[in-house]
Design a protein around this ligand. Structure first.
Ligand SMILES: NC(=O)C1=CN([C@@H]2O[C@H](COP(=O)(O)OP(=O)(O)OC[C@H]3O[C@@H](n4cnc5c(N)ncnc54)[C@H](O)[C@@H]3O)[C@@H](O)[C@H]2O)C=CC1
Ligand SMILES: O=C(O)[C@H](O)CS(=O)(=O)O
Length: 485
């Protein structure tokens, strides 16, 4: 059981300002991936609880929509301050349920607060238009209004920051929310409910339900009171949700899977490229949607890059996230470990060579050695499938055209990275890569000021940046006559 973090740990759902259990009384165990121990439980809620949460959000929306942007901004600023005042305990809670190294969890809590602060201000700039009327006796204005009740479904890999970049713009725009966190990592999301309650958000503005993903999701998609669904998770589930939202024509924003390429050209700064490769590959033990999935290195620097990258990989420290010095926490569960082993076996069967790591860590459980594989070929599963684990296949290429073609050979289009010292090449490659986000000589590019999101089957819409609030607003055209002008 958590000690320091118990103040914001909630083993209940938040519906209409009340902390409640599931109607059935059934609960789900929450497991610490570092040691397999039970941290606690959360309710196994379903359709009925979700319906009540949506109705509570709709009732709250009637008042919340009438607050001023400044009032909402002040409350969001208080939420930001409360998060930062409790950064350490919220980070511990996050590491205990998700496994990531504590320094990464602290960083996730910090960027979560930063998203809230960003949208506290963006909500005051949802400008409309006054349009020159074609009629002398009428006036035209265009206004932005909150879409209403939104639903947010979040993944286990970033249980705090994925929620922040959804409810931040939603609340700032004047919407109310029903949140379903991932069952593996519910406590970070539920803690947000406790924080919102503490800083004074009205009852029902934020509602959080945990439990049967399918039942909760079906109610969210079918209920006409929900006007927008924002989802972060796999492309497979995203496609199902898009289809189900069609029945009530909801707005949808989707942050889905990735298959990030990382290109290193002969003219790159190799040491800088290796530094970028480490963070782009092994952040959250490779469990991020923007982690590099495929390294493509030009022939002239291939051996040097592989040698340096493998040496840097071997220095990473695998261990429990709360342990001092840990850089690589455990994978989320045994299923994730088994999938990583399948990828490595497939690579070996196609002639790949393990040059660092390659097997379960001596710590056991879901700890895995960060792994570099040379001699990667397009026949390997890495080419098309998202690894979502600490495995780095390194492919070789000869020409710039070949590198861009290989990088684009995927149905995904979330993030990509490349290293070069040539400015012309930088523009040619940046413009040729079919991705929503590009890191040029950088391996970590996520920030609240920039629009995060993918193209193709990596998703729809943007989160963060000034673009991130648009999806929570309806544009209304008003024509005013009878003015006696
Ligand atoms: N583009 C992005 O920002 C991100 C993408 N992902 C992708 O998601 C995958 C791993 O994350 P997971 O959480 O395992 O993905 P997942 O898609 O299995 O689950 C994501 C969320 O959806 C919920 N869910 C699952 N089935 C559902 C259904 N039928 N109806 C409603 N909700 C449902 C889960 O409970 C969880 O809360 C990877 O493919 C990864 O790339 C994960 C995080 C961020
Ligand atoms: O869920 C994810 O993988 C995040 O979107 C990655 S990031 O926002 O922390 O870069």
């Amino acid at each position: 059981m958590l000690q320091k973090t118990s103040h914001y740990m909630r083993q209940a759902n938040l519906i209409g300002g009340k902390w409640v259990q599931a109607d059935s009384g059934v609960t789900i165990d929450v497991i610490n991936p570092a040691n397999g121990q039970k941290l606690g439980t959360v309710p196994k809620s379903g359709a009925a609880e979700t319906r009540r949460a949506i109705e509570a959000a709709d009732e709250a929306f009637q008042g919340w929509r009438k607050t001023s942007a400044l009032e909402r901004s002040k409350l969001l600023r208080k939420l930001h301050d409360a998060i930062m005042d409790n950064q350490d305990s919220l980070a511990e809670l996050l590491t205990m349920e998700q496994g990531k190294a504590l320094f990464e969890a602290k960083g996730e809590v910090a960027i979560s607060a930063a998203y809230i602060l960003w949208f506290a201000e963006e909500g005051r700039r949802t400008y409309g238009d006054v349009v020159p009327s074609p009629w002398a006796d009428r006036r035209i204005i265009v206004t932005k209004q909150p879409v209403g009740v939104i639903a947010a479904i979040t993944p286990w890999n970033f249980p705090s920051s994925m929620l922040a970049r959804k409810i931040g713009p939603a609340l700032a725009a004047g919407c109310t929310a029903v949140v379903k966190p991932a069952s593996q990592t519910p406590y970070s999301g539920l803690a947000w409910g406790a924080l919102c309650e503490e800083v004074g958000f009205p009852e029902g503005v934020v509602n959080i339900v945990t439990g049967s993903a399918g039942e909760i999701g079906d109610e969210i998609c079918a209920n006409p009171l929900v006007r927008k669904l924002t989802f972060t998770g796999s492309t497979e589930i995203g496609k199902i949700l898009i289809q189900k939202c069609a029945s009530t024509v909801k707005k949808v924003s989707m942050e889905l899977g990735g298959n990030a390429p990382f290109l290193v050209f002969d003219d790159a700064d190799i040491d800088r490229a290796v530094e970028g490769a480490i963070i782009a590959k092994y952040r959250n033990s490779g469990q991020t949607c923007v982690c590099t999935n495929r390294f493509f290195v030009q022939a002239g620097v291939y051996d040097t890059f592989v040698e340096k990258f493998a040496a840097a990989t071997a220095k990473l420290k695998v261990g429990p996230g709360l342990e001092e010095g840990t850089t690589q926490g455990p994978l989320i569960d045994d299923k994730a470990v088994a999938k990583v082993e399948e990828f490595i076996d497939d690579a070996k069967s196609h002639g790949g060579k393990v040059v660092s790591g390659g097997k379960r860590h001596a710590l056991g459980g879901s700890f895995f050695e960060p792994t570099v594989i040379s001699g990667a070929t397009p026949k390997m599963r890495f080419m098309k499938e998202e690894i979502f684990g600490p495995v780095a296949p390194v492919f070789k290429f000869d020409t710039e055209e070949e590198a861009v073609r290989l990088a684009n050979d995927t149905e995904f289009g979330l993030a990509c990275y490349f290293y070069t010292g040539d400015l012309g090449r930088a523009f040619r490659v940046m413009e040729g890569l079919k991705y929503g986000m590009v890191g040029v000589n950088e391996g970590l590019i996520t920030t609240v000021e920039a629009p995060f999101g993918g193209v193709k089957e990596s998703g729809l819409g943007k989160e963060g940046g000034h673009q991130g609030i648009e999806d929570y607003l309806d544009t209304k055209y008003v024509c005013i006559g009878g003015l006696g002008l």
